[in-house]
Design a protein around this ligand. Structure first.
Ligand code: PAF
Length: 308
């Protein structure tokens, strides 16, 4: 199988390193040619819970160099999904599957516009990783990776991908209900990401203080109400307890949104808390806490140069 991971961020590097342990042809596509050369020459350096190791990966900035793929994994920020898909025409063959392992809602819809519903896979991973420098990451938390087709069918290709991921050391399963999966993961990000970005706290600290704990609960409860109204089956019996459990399990993590804010970059707020506010419109469910979190993060990301 020929597999390309798009995006050399923390998650893209983590996936490329683990998948490189398989016998398949693995590529990492990085739109920045200079950085691509650097990562190709030095390999990807990993430290953290999987030990200190290095992975040699094929890296390029040119999709034409890679050619048609069996599987393309999108690991760019959600606001870059559209742009990434424009650049990969040369990698899309007749049966190429395109898998989103990104945070937030809306990515599978964007991918299916280009690749078609039949070839779009949605997924989520609970691994935590921090980008230390180009091609250098800290593996901060281990968790399950779950993916599936939009129509819920479990095909031979999906089983093959699951085995490949598992053999490479990424614990993986297939779901028949990616809506349930994506909304359940969304709810975790709704509770953690914006609040950590605003307070600049590690994930675990959010539940140690009454103020942040309360806001986390309210943001999550709003999202649960929206999901229920949309008849989305959440995969956790008690989603709020799950968010708190993730805070504990990833206590030392710097969430991806806090990493963005610390690097003064754009965040995925529109695809997380902003998505809850958008989906609530017309359903008669008020989402004031998610609206405030969205606007605060938007204010932060548009005023980096002016902050005291
Ligand atoms: O975006 C993130 O950082 C992660 O999805 C999570 C689960 C919040 C852990 O940090």
């Amino acid at each position: 199988m020929k597999i390309t991971i798009i995006g050399p961020g923390a998650m893209g590097c983590l996936l490329a390193s683990f998948l490189s342990k398989s016998r398949e042809e693995i590529w990492l596509l990085d739109k920045n040619a200079e950085r691509a050369l650097k990562i190709r020459d030095q390999g990807i350096k990993i430290e953290g819970i999987s030990g200190n190791w290095q992975a040699k990966v094929n890296v390029t900035a040119k999709a034409e160099e890679i050619g048609p793929q069996d599987l393309i994994i999108i690991a760019v920020k959600s606001y870059d999904t559209k742009g990434a898909l424009k650049d990969i025409k040369a990698m899309l063959g007749e049966s190429t599957l395109v898998l989103s392992l990104q945070n937030g809602l809306g990515n599978t819809e964007i991918i299916s516009e280009v690749a078609g519903q039949e070839r779009t896979l949605g997924g989520a991973t609970n691994h935590g990783a921090t980008l230390l420098a180009a091609g250098s990451i800290r593996h901060a938390g281990r968790g399950e990776t779950v993916f599936g087709r939009m129509d819920g069918k479990i095909t031979a290709e999906l089983r093959y991908i699951r085995e490949l991921f598992n053999k490479a050391g990424l614990e993986t399963r297939i779901t028949k209900d990616i809506k349930a999966l994506l909304w359940s993961k969304l709810i975790i990000n709704v509770g953690i990401n914006a609040l950590t970005a605003i307070t600049r706290l590690n994930n675990g600290r959010l539940i140690e203080f009454d103020g942040s704990r309360k806001i986390l609960e309210e943001a999550v409860n709003e999202a649960i109400k929206v999901a229920k109204k949309k008849r989305i089956r959440l995969i956790y019996d008690d989603p709020l307890s799950k968010v708190e459990a993730v805070c504990e399990a990833t206590a030392a993590n710097v969430s991806s949104m806090l990493q963005d804010v610390l690097k003064q970059r754009r965040t995925e707020i529109d695809f997380i808390n902003g998505a809850v506010v958008r989906h609530a419109q017309g359903l008669g469910i008020p989402t004031p806490v998610n609206a405030v979190l969205t606007n605060l993060v938007k204010a932060i990301e548009s005023s980096y140069a002016l902050q005291v």
